[in-house]
Design a protein around this ligand. Structure first.
Ligand code: FRU
Length: 526
């Protein structure tokens, strides 16, 4: 009897111990992944394996949803699922179970989510509306057989605020492929004047607009763009956004289009500004084409959140480039998003300009570091170190270049291994450029070191720079988002030092602020 009692109590104690150890291990596993080399500290990346385009971003009941192209089995692109994460501040993310799995109709390619507030689909109720997800099914078996109609548009709906999804009509197409190879990436938005949903669809070398009052029975309205803007490789991931022109009551439509033939190398996103009457998009006659959302190499397939409060146009992009995406030297995961950005539209003479800046809530990650607020660079003393050994390797710098008599001024981020990332403003021609040729591992793919990324600034008297540096990326915003340059970097250790150099003359550097940025990953957030 005593022996039996001993056994039972031993078993109970051991079970508790095992349970405790398991819980500890799980906790450890949860937090460990976000300290790997190159792991973004304040950008979204999947817990493990492959990620590409952001999908289905929607704001609903205080929660921002981010779905994304995901292959949960390996770190290279494969059968696409929709991964899922949620956030209440767009800064900290909580991983959710995979939302959509591939099936007999094919992989689940990119698309969008809307809230069916008026229950026009009949799938929810007005009190408890359905969320509708529109996406492309990509049937690889059909593709292998030589068919050309292997991409179709399908729909799924959620009756529990986006946590679980039911494929509509067994995932059969709601828009059937008319016999075109590239027919994908539906982005749906509400058009109030005609009381219908409008879908922008990427169709080979142009965008098609479709409409449906119930979100289910779609009719084609028009084509745009075969003879407009930048071409070369197919157009992908459109977004039609109604925006107010800053400081006016004028409303314009902005059409985003991603494509694989950007002038700065591979993947890039162009935009058009014009009007949309519910049927047709007409680009403004004075709009200068092509125009680019970002001049770096690593901001692709970006689209905006739906259902956000009026006039908030929030975008997130895939921080990678198809030129080398499958080879970036990360370990257990591959792919990350840009920081979420706020878009604004500005009239510049007869032209329009789309600006993008990091969203304000990111400021919650800042800890200001003591630094000189202002300094003068001269031909004699042309270099100043702004900060050294920034703890954590994730930080933000803001400064303004004034009285620029130098030929050019460089802002340099570097580590102790002689690796650096150089932002340069050339006073002579107003070109802002970024150079990652010495930034660490650049040899994993020959296409990683392409052309220097550069852009011309409109205003050239004062150059305001804001730079966000993470363990494997640098995002530059100049003159309040007039130009952004987003690039990945793979230094042996994170950059932790900053210096500024004037070449061939004087320059004043003022309004200097440097912030350490804390990691968004930690207890409670994963
Ligand atoms: C853009 C893209 C989309 C497609 C998805 C597939 O990066 O090619 O056009 O839906 O990726 O993963």
């Amino acid at each position: 009897m005593a022996l039996r009692l001993f056994n039972i109590s031993t078993i109970i104690t051991l079970s508790f111990l095992l349970f405790f150890l398991k819980a500890q291990a799980q906790n450890g596993n949860q937090h460990r992944p976000y300290t790997e080399q190159y792991r973004p500290q304040f950008h979204f990346s999947p817990k493990s394996k492959w990620l590409n385009d952001p999908n289905g971003m929607v704001y609903y009941k205080g929660v921002y949803h981010l779905f994304y192209q995901h292959y949960p089995d390996t770190t290279v692109w494969g059968p696409m699922h929709w991964g899922h994460a949620t956030s209440t501040d767009l800064v900290h993310w909580k991983h959710q179970p995979i939302a959509l799995f591939p099936d007999q109709e094919g992989m689940i390619f990119s698309g969008s989510v809307v809230v069916d507030h008026e229950n026009l689909s009949g799938l929810g109720t007005e009190d408890s509306p359905a969320l509708l997800a529109f996406y492309t099914t990509h049937n690889i078996d059909e593709l292998k057989k030589g068919s050309i109609d292997y991409e179709n548009q399908a729909m799924a709906f959620s009756l529990d605020d986006g946590l679980s999804w039911t494929k509509y009509n067994d995932n059969k197409p709601i828009i059937k492929n008319p016999g075109i190879k590239d027919f994908r990436d539906p982005k749906v938005s509400w058009h109030a004047p005609t009381n219908r949903w409008i879908m922008a669809l990427a169709v080979n070398d142009h965008i098609e607009f479709w409409s449906a009052s119930n979100g289910i029975d779609w009719v084609k309205e028009s084509d745009f763009g075969a003879d407009k803007g930048q071409h070369g490789r197919v157009w992908e991931c459109p977004d039609l956004i109604k925006m107010r022109v800053d400081g006016t009551s004028q409303e314009k439509y902005v059409l985003l289009v991603s494509l694989g033939a950007a002038p700065f190398g591979g993947s890039g996103t162009q935009y058009f500004v014009g009007d949309f009457d519910g049927h047709q998009f007409i680009v403004d006659p004075n709009f200068n084409m092509p125009a680019w959302l970002d001049y770096g190499r690593d901001n692709y397939a970006g689209v905006t959140w739906s259902n956000t409060p009026e006039e908030e146009h929030l975008l997130i992009g895939w921080m990678n480039n198809w030129d080398y995406a499958k080879k970036i030297p990360t370990s257990s995961w591959r792919g990350a998003m840009t920081v979420p950005r706020k878009l604004s539209l500005h009239a510049v003479g007869e032209n329009y300009h789309l600006k993008n800046v990091p969203i304000k809530p990111l400021e919650a990650l800042r800890t200001e570091l003591p630094t000189l607020k202002k300094l003068n660079l001269t031909a004699q003393k042309n270099t100043a170190v702004l900060q050294e050994n920034i703890d954590g390797g994730a930080f933000e710098v803001a400064l303004t270049l004034r009285q620029i008599n130098a030929d050019s001024v460089s802002l340099v981020f570097y580590n102790g291994q002689e690796e650096s990332y150089i932002i340069n403003y050339a006073n002579i021609n107003g070109l802002l450029s970024a150079d990652r040729s010495q930034s660490g591992n650049t040899v994993f793919d020959p296409k990683f070191l392409g052309a220097r990324t550069q852009a011309k600034l409109i205003g050239q008297k004062e150059i305001k720079l804001q730079v966000l540096i993470d363990w494997s990326s640098v995002e530059l915003f100049a003159n309040d988002g007039e130009v952004s340059i987003t690039n990945q970097v793979f230094p042996s250790s994170p950059f932790s030092n900053i210096k500024v150099i004037s070449h061939g003359g004087d320059c004043t550097v003022s309004d200097i602020s440097i912030y350490r940025l804390s990691s968004i990953w930690g207890a409670g957030y994963q």
